[in-house]
Design a protein around this ligand. Structure first.
Ligand code: CDP
Length: 252
């Protein structure tokens, strides 16, 4: 992940003008689809993501059922037109991996033992991608699950931190900066990316992945920064839900 482009200047200002601990702009809307039990539309920087929740309903095929609890099946998909080079439609290794880690993260939060033999399907469609889509997907899924009224311990939220700029424009090694929420160029040419998902109330980590290299100290810094990012986004999630249900209450 070494780079010869300058991702951050000496004053700590990033390519898109952000400070090291600044998120890209985030907009969240709950309840955008009528057929789904719960849904969410989320914009995060250049990412555009829709999440739709169906269930709890009988898990089919039957051998996928758990007699003691519901299974949470997250399916992450990137639209063919979501990236500059057309993406081949259909599942690939990357989307299977993201679906798996997202399902596991959500299973830690959803109160699954209320719904034995059921499935809760969480569809995540990435319409436009610009780095950080797994965090955008998990964050949107949290709002869609809450909109569906699925019992959860908390509303899950995700955010990444990473490291950029450890090489100057001449390719010489130097310190580098731990920064919040990598943009596309930072993801491509940076040194490390650490996406995490948490339960914001308890602080429990429900997803943690890492790409690239960080020292232990940088890891701790990145984790702290990503948790701070999650807490800010958690408030935006709650506001999106309040906005939807306040309007519904006013109409009825
Ligand atoms: O999206 P996220 O950061 O969670 O996952 P990634 O595998 O680190 O991908 C980083 C970014 O690469 C994506 O958000 C897309 O913008 C881009 N990408 C792409 O252009 N084409 C692909 N087939 C996959 C990813």
């Amino acid at each position: 992940m070494e780079s010869d482009i300058k991702l951050i200047d000496e004053a700590g200002k990033r390519l898109d003008g952000r400070k090291i601990d600044e998120l890209r702009e985030i907009k969240i809307e709950a309840g955008v689809l009528h057929r789904a039990e719960g849904s969410c539309y989320l914009e995060w920087g250049g990412n555009k993501v829709v999440a739709a929740v169906y269930g709890p309903r009988e898990a089919i095929p039957k051998h996928t059922q758990d007699p003691l609890k519901a299974v949470v099946r997250a399916r992450y998909n990137m639209a063919a037109f979501s990236v500059d080079d057309r993406k081949r439609p259909g599942p690939d290794r990357r989307s299977r991996e993201i679906s798996k880690v997202t399902s596991e993260a959500l299973e830690k939060i959803v109160i699954t033992d209320k719904f034995p033999r059921a499935a809760i399907d969480v569809n995540i469609e990435v319409l436009e991608a610009e780095a950080g889509t797994r965090c955008a997907g998990l964050t949107a899924a949290g709002v869609a699950l809450a909109d569906a009224g699925i019992p959860m311990k908390d509303i899950p939220v995700a955010c990444a931190a990473g490291k950029i700029g450890s090489h100057d424009e001449n390719g010489n090694k130097k310190g580098g900066y731990v920064v919040l929420d990598l943009g596309k160029k930072e993801d491509n040419f940076g040194d490390a990316d650490l996406p995490i998902g948490i339960s914001p109330r308890t602080g429990e980590i429900i997803l943690l992945q890492m790409d690239g290299h960080l020292t232990l100290e940088e890891f701790d810094q990145a984790l702290d920064l990503a948790i701070k990012g999650c807490k800010i986004i958690s408030e935006i999630q709650k506001k999106a839900l309040l906005d939807k249900y306040q309007i519904d209450l006013e109409v009825n």
